[in-house]
Design a protein around this ligand. Structure first.
Ligand SMILES: [Fe+2]
Length: 348
């Protein structure tokens, strides 16, 4: 199974990508709205088909990317039956199984942080995704939404701590860079619910956390009750000038065939060294030539009346050039994917 743990720095949220390496069927657990382009790029680059997005609960600290991903990739939205959100394609409850190729996730109801919290457990019980029910050496707060510390204690003890000790636990968040834990470790070391902690101990701990009101709650909860559909249901606009995509590396990129077909509508900036222009790959007529090392000083020479396409030998240096131009405020810019090598291979 293919497995990736992704992180949103702003809300400290983990998003998990799981896929069948043979069929390429994939699921994404707890996607973040603002990380939509990143997630889409990774799914594209790994050649996956996103079947489902799964929410561990209705989040209060970030808006889910579930709706955006469904609009863009046709994935189906999975949410707890008790989450209270509208717009899901599938409502799940204790014992249900979500399947995508060989990826099989069993649903365990783990309420207490919210009413609709669920933990997704891999069928072989080697890993589980606990959302905010159990965090590494911590537990989700119980002082807003439908928080109930007694209920959370029983969820953790009965649904999570009953998994094998070596079962890896992946939380919904971590605020200090920890990425994974195990059932055995948390049973022993979790300061809130581990060791000999009774329900009373846990409730006392949770009632006295004194945490600040979450910053995003007034925006995040209403949006998540619609599975992350923005007001007016508009997908963030993609550049109108051409079919650009953003890579997982963060570069705007465009297909060279499109560039060849729209040669007069764009400015091509070739960032290779002078000697390369007379080599076997040659050069494209009418391109502007600025070697990458000189681009920062010669930004003023790049006309911005038309979209700018960056070009080099293999598409690596030109990717950096596209980023330099973007950072300099050039809005319509993209790297010609694969550079002159691809241009030549395609017979352009
Ligand atoms: Fe949460």
């Amino acid at each position: 199974m293919l497995f990736r743990q992704l992180f949103d720095l702003q809300s400290s949220t983990y998003t998990y990508l799981l896929a069948d390496e043979t069929t390429r069927d994939a699921v994404l657990i707890d996607p973040v709205f603002e990380r939509f382009e990143r997630d889409r790029a990774l799914i594209r680059e790994l050649g996956l088909t996103l079947r489902y997005t799964l929410e561990t609960h209705v989040h209060a600290d970030h808006v889910t990317g579930a709706w955006l991903l469904r609009e863009a990739l046709g994935s189906r939205i999975v949410l707890s039956r008790h989450g209270g959100a509208a717009g899901a394609d599938r409502s799940v409850d204790q014992g249900d199984v979500v399947t995508a190729g060989a990826v099989e996730l069993e649903v365990r109801a783990t309420p207490g942080h919210t009413d609709g919290c669920v933990t997704y457990v891999a069928a072989d019980h080697r890993m589980a995704f606990t959302g905010d029910a159990l965090l590494i050496r911590s537990a989700g707060r119980t002082d807003f939404q439908q928080g109930d510390p007694g209920l959370l204690y029983r969820s953790i003890r009965e649904q999570i701590f009953t998994l094998p000790d070596e079962c890896l636990l992946y939380p919904g968040h971590d605020y200090s860079g920890r990425t994974v834990t195990t059932v055995g470790e948390e049973k022993r070391w979790n300061p809130r619910v581990g060791g000999e902690a009774s329900e009373e101990d846990f409730v006392g701990y949770m009632r006295n956390l004194g945490l600040p009101h979450p910053k995003q709650i007034d925006i995040a909860v209403p949006a998540n009750l619609q599975c992350g559909e923005p007001e007016g249901g508009a997908v963030p606009a993609r550049p109108a000038w051409g079919p650009t995509v953003r890579t997982f590396a963060g570069t705007p990129e465009i297909d060279p065939t499109w560039v060849a077909d729209h040669r007069d509508a764009v400015t091509i900036v070739d960032v290779r060294e002078p000697a390369e222009l007379t080599g076997e790959l040659g050069r494209i007529d009418g391109t502007l030539h600025i070697p990458l090392g000189a681009l920062r000083e010669r930004l003023a020479e790049v006309p911005t009346d038309k979209p700018v396409i960056t070009m080099c030998r293999s598409g690596r240096r030109s990717a950096q050039a596209a980023v330099i131009l973007e950072q300099a405020g050039v809005r319509n810019v993209a790297n010609a994917a694969g550079g002159m090598l691809r241009w030549r291979a395609l017979g352009l």
